[in-house]
Design a binder for this molecule. Structure first.
Ligand code: SF4
Ligand code: SF4
Length: 112
């Protein structure tokens, strides 16, 4: 089991989650974060911290796509353990549907 970041994080990237993770297993893309499923210890403390409700346990159904995305990009993007300022327009992207199709970026973020 692991927790995964879903497309609700895209263009929101508040980064509240990285501050609470005891094993520093968040990785930063250009406009979203992912969790490394093989490092996550399933503690669940990040889930309620996310203002976009983008973090879910993979025991919920229908998350296969996001589990694969987290797995793939955790291997390519830099580690992030410290919160920076969220994007200025993050609130406008909260609850927007279909962000993956239109806005996902495979580019890495800056990391710590
Ligand atoms: S708190 Fe949620 S929206 Fe913000 S970076 Fe973490 S997963 Fe993404
Ligand atoms: S569930 Fe725990 S270990 Fe996994 S990403 Fe969230 S805070 Fe980190």
């Amino acid at each position: 089991m692991t927790y995964v970041v879903t497309d609700a994080c895209i263009r929101c990237k508040y980064m509240d989650c990285v501050e609470v993770c005891p094993v520093d297993c968040f990785y930063e893309g250009d406009n979203m974060l992912v969790i490394n499923p093989s490092e996550c210890i399933d503690c669940g403390v990040c889930e309620p911290e996310c203002p976009a409700e983008a973090i879910l346990p993979d025991t919920e159904s229908g998350l296969e796509q996001w589990l694969e995305l987290n797995n793939t990009f955790a291997a390519q993007w830099p580690n992030i353990t410290r919160k920076r300022e969220a994007p200025a327009d993050a609130d406008e992207w909260k609850n927007v549907e279909g962000k993956y199709e239109k806005h996902f970026s495979p580019e890495p973020g800056q990391g710590d």
